[in-house]
Design a protein around this ligand. Structure first.
Ligand SMILES: C[S@@+](CC[C@H](N)C(=O)[O-])C[C@H]1O[C@@H](n2cnc3c(N)ncnc32)[C@H](O)[C@@H]1O
Length: 292
């Protein structure tokens, strides 16, 4: 029989409860009971980095921390899976229907630059996909169109990667060979986003569950907030969606993940269906009780 090492550091149910409450309050991310071992494996390296020998000591330290360890914890527990053009039918809907509509509206109402936000952008793949699409689909037809593309995430390490713009083959699996040739430099196994695309996007830290952060994000024509709401509990999800709603211009569009649906969450967004993709539009006359 395999002997267990009595000194092995494990995450007790009680300390799991402390850590998950702290993470939930700070990020909205929900770690249900069955994810205790996942949390344990993600947090364990932070014990060594902090020079503590148990999860209990680590949790104590976090409660009085003023060294920024909480940010390291957040970086350690986020799930950053992403890819360029991750849900291809969403980008087709953008190119064929949504961008033309947004441009028409901008030309009619002179609302300033077209504003696009990749919320929870991880290593930047989605934000750069938007930049490539603008360059390909909008700039040739509307050379004077102004736009802003912002990528935000709570994970500061992912944002550092995004700013550098180096990717593995897996991340660019949905990128056509023509786009790979035109918008990336290849160095061995690494695909490097060309500066002309990199310079189109600004990356900033932002916590979707922080009302102060969210108040700074206003007047977006398009928000992509994919594959993150699934990690929040119902209450956080509702708050984040209300924040995203307020961040959209009337008539602006929201995409969530390709297999996510919003359901009943008290947000007056209207479903807009495209071939293989579902977007949500803020009605031109819709409103929520204002908190700003
Ligand atoms: C699975 S990735 C999705 C990336 C990209 N949106 C996509 O669909 O490919 C989830 C991202 O959400 C970020 N995230 C988690 N909680 C967050 C929060 N409260 N505020 C902002 N970003 C958050 C994580 O750091 C991670 O990069």
């Amino acid at each position: 029989m395999k002997r267990t090492n009595s000194k092995e550091v494990t995450l007790s149910v009680r300390t799991f409860e402390r850590l998950r409450t702290l993470i939930q309050k700070r990020t909205g991310l929900d770690f249900p009971d069955e994810k205790r071992y996942l949390l344990e494996s993600r947090v364990k390296p932070r014990l060594r980095a902090q020079g503590v020998s148990s999860f209990e000591a680590y949790a104590d330290r976090l409660e009085t921390d003023n060294t920024g360890e909480i940010a390291n914890l957040v970086n350690a527990v986020t799930i950053n899976e992403t890819a360029f053009f991750r849900h291809p039918s969403q980008f087709e809907a953008l190119e064929e229907s949504i961008f033309p509509e947004l441009v028409r509206r901008h030309q009619q109402h002179r609302t300033g630059p077209l504003r696009l936000w990749s919320a929870a952008c991880s290593a930047g793949d989605e934000a750069y996909s938007l930049a490539i699409l603008i360059r390909e689909a909008l700039e040739p037809r509307h050379p004077r169109l102004e736009y802003e593309i912002v990528g935000t995430d709570i994970d500061t390490e992912a944002l550092d990667e995004a700013r550098v713009g180096h990717y593995r083959k897996r991340s660019v699996r949905n990128v056509s060979s023509a786009y790979l040739r035109d918008y990336f430099d290849q160095s061995g196994d690494t695909f490097v986003v060309k500066p002309s695309i990199r310079d189109m996007v600004e990356f900033r830290p932002l916590n979707l569950t922080d009302a102060r952060d969210m108040r700074k994000m206003r007047n977006f024509d398009l928000i992509m907030c994919a594959n993150v709401l699934i990690y929040f509990n119902k209450e956080s999800k509702r708050e984040v969606l209300q924040g995203l709603y307020r961040s959209l211009r009337p008539g602006g569009y929201l995409f969530v993940g390709g297999s996510e649906a919003l359901g009943e969450l008290e947000v007056p967004l209207e479903a807009a269906r495209y071939d293989g993709a579902l977007a949500y539009q803020r009605p031109t006359n819709g409103s929520l009780p204002s908190r700003a």
